[in-house]
Design a protein around this ligand. Structure first.
Ligand code: NAD
Length: 361
């Protein structure tokens, strides 16, 4: 079945109205729409509008909180620990990054610990916020929900979640290098998208409840439940562990262990971000010419059957060009989105109408 096409500005407007109807202040509603539509625009439907029903469930069950400001837990100037107060990640991560960016302007470097935030979505969005200010940033993030979904290398039972790792490197007069991925073989949201589309996932991403390899996304939704695998065997597993320990244990955030699975609907993120001003190394001119030369050299390699060599961040930029006017949404996700609007209308008395009504003919 063909996806439904929604004009990109209409999708943005609908999400903004929905969160305003739910109770968000105008800035929070706009930041939420910017972020979610930005993820669809970047080709990451797993972290785009399709997250709205999860957020609405979390909100209506009093887990996700609206209109929260980050609370300063400790502040030594270049090192700051912030508590997201269970607020919507699209707003509290924006606030936290803005605070870190101010600190880099003052000190050249900042260590940002953000704990206790609702889902911060596509982490590349926050790295892009730093890159737009001219700063390098490295992000270690852990994810906690009602249960773990990723099995450790060598294990069958899930023990942690899809813990993303992200690096942005700004370049003068060029788009930044943006490495941004889940440490699971594929993002959990991509399993959800495949399940909603009745599609299969690539081999090597999932095991069933007995540890057998499978390409059926149903093992993540229908008991007996299986698990995602880390990407790159022991290497992805090791990076996921580092995300859990730096992103959560060190920031004062919760790791994925049973005592912390109190939420039924919320998805929680903790993040350690390291930001610095590359200009302060005094190597800017050399960096620009050396990195440009190296990237050209890498791109000049003979091509495999994939036919092209992309730099980290190129794929997202390509999607942005393709999706500037319209964004595809699968039928299963659209039904969930219409349901989310109906749930907000019932709970808050403000009806933004179904998203499907805005579909292109
Ligand atoms: P992915 O597998 O699509 O990988 C994306 C990365 O690979 C990007 O840096 C991209 O530029 C690069 N890339 C893509 N195709 C390429 C190619 N052909 N050649 C070279 N580089 C290429 O990403 P993912 O693992 O599915 O993660 C998707 C998103 O999910 C990310 O934005 C991540 O931050 C987010 N995420 C968030 C959470 C959370 O809890 N908030 C958890 C997991 C993932």
């Amino acid at each position: 079945m063909q996806d439904i096409l929604i004009p990109t500005p209409a999708l943005h407007g609908w999400i903004e109205r929905l969160f305003a109807a739910a109770g968000s202040e105008p800035l929070e509603a706009r930041l939420t729409a910017d972020h979610l539509v930005g993820a669809n625009l970047s080709g990451h439907d797993s972290h785009g509008a399709g997250m709205v029903p999860r957020y609405v469930n979390s909100l209506l069950n009093n887990e996700l909180q609206l209109n929260r400001s980050v609370e300063v837990v400790s502040d030594t100037g270049s090192i700051v620990v912030l508590d997201g107060q269970r607020g919507i990640g699209q707003s509290v991560a924006h606030q936290a990054m803005a605070s870190a960016i101010e600190r880099v302007r003052l000190h050249g470097v900042a260590v940002l610990a953000l704990r206790n935030s609702h889902h911060i979505g596509r982490v590349g969005h926050w790295a892009e916020q730093a890159a737009a200010a001219g700063f390098v940033s490295v992000h270690f993030v852990n994810t906690v929900s009602s249960k773990p979904m990723v099995a450790p290398h060598g294990g069958i039972d899930p023990r942690f979640n899809t813990n993303p790792f992200t690096v942005a490197i700004p370049r003068e007069d060029q788009e930044p290098i943006l490495l941004d991925f889940a440490t699971s073989a594929i993002a959990q949201g991509k399993v959800r998208v495949a399940y909603n589309k009745r599609a299969r996932v690539p081999p090597g991403a999932l095991i069933d409840a007995d540890g057998n390899p499978t390409d059926d996304p149903g093992v993540m939704f229908e008991p007996p439940l299986g698990a995602l695998l880390p990407f790159g065997s022991h290497k992805g597993f090791g990076l996921a562990m580092v995300c859990e320990l730096l992103g959560a244990a060190l920031t004062g955030g919760e790791t994925s262990q049973p005592a912390n699975f109190a939420s039924n609907y919320g998805i929680w993120n903790n993040m350690l971000a390291l930001l610095f001003d590359p200009a302060r190394l005094g190597t800017s001119a050399f960096f620009e010419s050396e990195s440009a030369g190296f990237i050209d050299y890498v791109r000049s390699a003979r091509k495999s059957e994939l036919g092209e060599i992309l730099m980290p961040g190129d794929a997202e930029r390509r999607y942005r060009r393709e999706r500037a006017q319209r964004i595809p949404i699968d039928h299963g996700t659209m039904a969930e989105l219409d349901g989310a609007a109906a749930a907000i209308a019932a709970a808050r008395g403000a009806d933004v109408g179904p998203l499907s009504a805005l579909a292109l003919p």
